[in-house]
Design a protein around this ligand. Structure first.
Ligand SMILES: [Mg+2]
Length: 369
């Protein structure tokens, strides 16, 4: 079963998000990203989404850099080549460095094609074993602990949720205490997005009393070493997120004992093939996994669901709640998790059908390569 990549179309979209948020560069009120529609010589179509934004406030890559790389480098590299497996597509792209968000979009399209050709859902071909995926919501940094609690109340009314609370210096103890007072037993975790330093170790150790599910990325964005120093005696499992880009990072983490858990973001590590490889490394080192999201359409959610079915992904994801943030989707039956649970899809490929009319509605530009 072989496929030859023959054509590619980039679809640029812009869609309002439900609750605009402020970053240092201004207010983000729309999600701007792009979809990759990849076609084989035999006419099989696969889809992928590059989970970037117009500006690099989260990812280092942007709509502009992804477009440039795919148009001028990755598509010319892949066009006309014959592949027997999506892993070969990823390994071929590995001859160029970094740019994982761009590569992940193409990797997703290759897996979608491969699944459609095999007549099997991608998650099964990837080695997934779970038929149901649990997702948990995230509470952003609020003006007051009461405002954070009100949001937790809303989520808990919907079902037994794993709650993730964003924290930062000055927005931590009182917030966690307020939630723990009302909900002493819920699965509560915090994500610091690198807001602390090793000098805060004693402060972070005091959170043992909150019985948190995990503390995500307390220290610097690229750090592994200081997390390995923080971990002994911390009393709360450490989860690394921003530090994990390459398989090498996960190996270092395992060797140094820097984390109990790794949050694998499919887009951050370069796609499903690399996700499965990082997952296998973590499993070997006894590091648990979960799959993190970045909001986008179901095209972006689908590979994350496939990844979340892998056996070592034992903790809830946060990637099937995108319709909570986006006002619409461009597939016929969007992935949702009303009670925080989603069934792994049964259709061949990534398991969605793009609604061309909806795609057109939110498309602001198209590039045929
Ligand atoms: Mg995180």
């Amino acid at each position: 079963m072989k496929f030859t990549i023959d054509a590619m179309t980039l679809h640029f979209y812009s869609i309002p998000i439900r609750t605009p948020f402020r970053i240092s560069a201004g207010v983000i009120s729309h999600k701007n990203a792009l979809l990759v529609e990849m076609r084989t010589k035999d006419g099989v179509i696969g889809w992928g989404e590059a989970s970037v934004d117009a500006v690099p406030y989260y990812a280092h890559e942007t709509v502009g850099t992804v477009t440039d790389l795919i148009k001028n480098t990755l598509f010319p590299l892949l066009r006309g080549r014959e592949f027997a497996h999506p892993d070969e597509v990823t390994d071929c792209m590995d001859s160029y460095r970094g740019n994982h968000f761009a590569k992940a979009a193409i990797d997703a399209a290759a897996w979608d094609i491969y699944g459609k050709m095999a007549g099997e859902p991608v998650w099964k071909l990837l080695g997934g074993t779970r038929e149901r995926i649990e997702s948990g919501p995230t509470v952003g940094i609020k003006d007051s602990p009461e405002a954070a609690l009100a949001e937790v109340d809303e989520y808990m009314a919907r079902g037994d949720a794993r709650i993730k609370l964003k924290v930062a210096p000055g927005f931590d103890n009182r917030y966690i205490e307020t939630i723990r007072e009302k909900y002493p037993d819920i699965r509560l975790m915090v994500d610091a997005n690198s807001a602390y330093t090793i000098e805060d170790a004693e402060h972070l150790r005091s959170w043992k009393r909150f019985k948190l599910l995990m503390m995500e990325q307390p220290l610097a964005e690229t750090d592994i070493y200081f997390h390995s120093k923080l971990r002994p005696g911390l009393g709360t499992p450490i989860c690394l997120d921003e530090s994990m880009h390459y398989l090498h990072d996960a190996r270092c983490c395992g060797e140094m004992g820097a984390a109990d858990i790794i949050n694998i973001k499919v887009c951050r590590v370069g796609g499903l093939t690399q996700t499965r490889r990082m997952h296998d490394i973590c499993q070997k080192y006894g590091i648990a996994n979960w799959i993190g999201g970045r909001f986008g359409f179901s095209v972006a959610v689908a590979p994350r669901i496939a990844a979340a079915t892998l056996p070592n992904c034992t903790l809830p994801t946060d990637c099937v709640l995108d319709l909570d943030y986006m006002i619409d989707d461009i597939v016929e039956e969007p992935f949702t998790a009303p009670d925080y649970w989603t069934n792994a899809p049964t259709a061949p490929g990534l398991g969605f059908t793009v609604d061309r009319a909806k795609l057109k509605k939110y498309t602001v530009g198209t590039m045929v390569l």
